[in-house]
Design a binder for this molecule. Structure first.
Ligand code: SF4
Length: 315
């Protein structure tokens, strides 16, 4: 977590939502209630004394309508996870194309008795107009959205979705190159933001009825600490909440192991791809396996991604 090299923090319009790959999983019901569900199934002793896991305070069922709303706003292109949690509606767009490798992966996974499905993708598979009236183009598999914005308007990002919608209201102003340094508050209520326009050095205080912290996990925690909101987490005493259990990107929060196969008799055309093109299985995710005789909690996924082999990086 203290290594910034794996945190792709977005600093311009749309933030990290512009350079995300577009992989759009939902958390599992187990993730939201990991403490209670672990205790229910295995008993309290399953959780080591120094492990700080806790329930989120909201459940999957409570959040599900908002997942659905997000997926429709973003035009998520996906296929039903055969062993996934229940959904109130299907994805608004069909999954990404099958490729030679996704076909091979799915065939192999099925033969082993697993349940492969296409990774839900914000690289949108057909021209799509979202409920706010914003059009997202059809992805052309050019493979340049991994860690970059999509020039073609085919990846759901804030610029082609919610910022465009906000702009149309006439009640919205975007101030780029500004950095929030404090949230002002009175008693228990936030009432404004202090920010600096980094192009001029001028500091402003913006009063507000509602303050939304959407600056990614590092900035959000830092702003709360600097603003002296909430009780900072003290790892020695276990008291406090701000900064507790915070985590960012997969490279830091978990082990991410890759492997590469060589096939003499097959051609895969891996120059083509998209940030979220791929396939996966959930058979080992969350608490989908019995952990009774295992000395860890939670699980892992076995993905295949075809993000496109950019020529210089890969050669
Ligand atoms: S693969 Fe290309 S067209 Fe598709 S979303 Fe990514 S950058 Fe856009």
């Amino acid at each position: 977590m203290r290594n910034n090299s794996h945190a792709r923090i977005g600093t311009d319009t749309g933030g990290a939502g512009v350079h995300w790959n577009g992989i759009s999983f939902r958390w599992l019901p187990y993730d939201f209630e990991i403490y209670s569900k672990t205790v229910d199934r295995y008993g309290k002793d399953k959780i080591p004394k120094d492990m700080t896991i806790q329930d989120w305070g909201i459940t999957y069922d409570e959040l599900e309508p908002y997942y659905d709303k997000f997926e429709k706003t973003a035009g998520i292109s996906g296929e039903e996870n055969p062993i996934g949690p229940k959904r109130s509606d299907k994805y608004p767009n069909p999954p990404m194309q099958e490729t030679a490798v996704t076909r091979l992966y799915k065939k192999a996974a099925k033969e082993l008795g697993y349940h492969p499905y296409h990774i839900p993708s914000a690289n949108v598979t057909r021209q799509y107009t979202n409920p706010d009236g914003e059009t997202i183009n059809a992805c052309m598999y050019c493979a340049f959205c991994e860690e970059y914005g999509c020039d073609f308007g085919a990846k759901a990002d804030p610029i082609v979705t919610v910022l465009a919608t906000a702009e149309k209201t006439g009640n919205y102003e975007l101030r780029n190159q500004c950095t929030a340094t404090r949230v002002t508050h009175s008693g228990n209520r936030a009432n404004g933001v202090i920010y600096t326009d980094t192009s001029t050095g001028q500091e402003y205080e913006q009063p507000a009825d509602i303050v939304v912290l959407a600056g990614f996990v590092f900035t959000n925690n830092r702003l709360l600490l600097l603003s002296e909101i909430g009780e900072p987490y003290n790892p020695k005493t276990g008291k406090g909440i701000i900064g507790k259990n915070f985590t960012g990107h997969f490279s830091n929060l978990s082990t991410y192991v890759g492997t590469r196969g060589f096939f003499e008799d097959k051609k895969f055309n891996l120059y083509a791809g998209a940030g979220a093109l791929g396939t996966t299985i959930d058979d080992f995710s969350g608490d989908n396996i019995d952990h009774t005789d295992l000395d860890f909690l939670h699980g892992y996924e076995v993905h295949y991604f075809q993000t496109g082999m950019r020529p210089i990086a890969n050669n």
